[in-house]
Write a protein that binds this ligand. Structure first.
Ligand code: ADP
Length: 255
């Protein structure tokens, strides 16, 4: 707590030794009325989730497995901006520990082409009003090589493996709360995510590269050329046509 500069984010932390999924717990607590800034952290997840119900490996004591509840007064259509704000906050926070990292748009953070962090944003609300958003953040912090399951060895790594040193989870979490609150306030106060997008561009793993994107069940190939102020990815195809891809609907292969 002494490391925290925040007013709201992380001032109410619910800490678990073991839980099925921090996002599931956060959703349950949010629908029971838990307020903005509440964080659920667990030492391990027995049923950690990725996108589309995929499994997220979350061994005990080795990572940051947490979910933040927020209740922003923004349009549901803008909810994907939260993923960009979070990716920027986490990337900046890891960099503050001296570890260079890249954002694989829209929701992963990678080092040496392997995932160190995944972000899973889930929303509940109506057409014109968000009830709550739960932001799941899973970071592989102190896993050793032999603690990464074989089936994800080629795609997953940890901060310890990449930096060669043990990382303080407490410091990392405090950095994330501080950075997230600052970037999130830009969205709340100005309805802009300019600062987050700047960080996403600086630390991008995809901009300037030839990529393949699965978007609305169709494959799009081309060069990732820019991020918009709203956080959408612009891809230029062979004919020079620019296509805008909305965050949250794609997977990128080949980066
Ligand atoms: P993506 O964003 O790459 O489409 P998800 O966000 O859905 O993927 O994350 C789930 C996938 O990530 C799993 O199917 C698995 O391949 C991989 N994965 C699972 N646990 C971890 C982990 N701890 N670190 C890195 N990758 C993981």
């Amino acid at each position: 707590k002494d490391l925290l500069k925040t007013k709201r984010i992380g001032r109410d932390i619910l800490y678990f030794n073991s839980i099925d999924s921090t996002n599931s717990k956060a959703k349950q607590l949010a629908s029971d009325g838990k307020g903005e800034g509440t964080v659920i952290i667990s030492e391990e997840q027995t049923k950690g989730r990725g996108r589309l119900g995929r499994n997220w490996v979350s061994p005990k004591g080795k990572g940051v497995w947490m979910s933040i509840i927020i209740r922003p007064d923004i349009q549901p259509i803008d909810a994907s901006k939260i993923t960009q704000v979070t990716a920027a906050a986490v990337s900046k926070s890891i960099l503050e520990l001296g570890i260079k990292n890249y954002i694989k748009w829209p929701n992963d953070i990678i080092i040496n082409n392997k995932k160190v962090c995944g972000i899973l944003t889930e929303m509940s609300g109506e057409l014109n009003k968000i009830n709550y958003i739960v932001i799941g953040i899973g970071i592989n912090v102190n896993l050793d090589e032999n603690e990464i399951p074989n089936d994800i060895k080629d795609i997953a790594t940890s901060l310890k493996i990449e930096s060669g040193k043990k990382v303080s989870r407490k410091q990392l979490v405090a950095n994330i709360f501080n950075n997230f609150e600052e970037l999130y306030e830009e969205l709340l106060n100005k309805n802009e995510i300019t600062h987050s997008i700047e960080i996403c561009k600086e630390n991008s793993a995809v901009l300037g590269k030839e990529i393949r994107v699965i978007f609305r069940n169709k494959e799009i190939r081309g060069k990732a050329v820019d991020l918009t102020d709203e956080g959408e990815l612009l891809i230029e195809n062979q004919e020079g046509k620019i296509q805008k891809i909305i965050s949250g609907e794609v997977s990128i292969r080949g980066v």
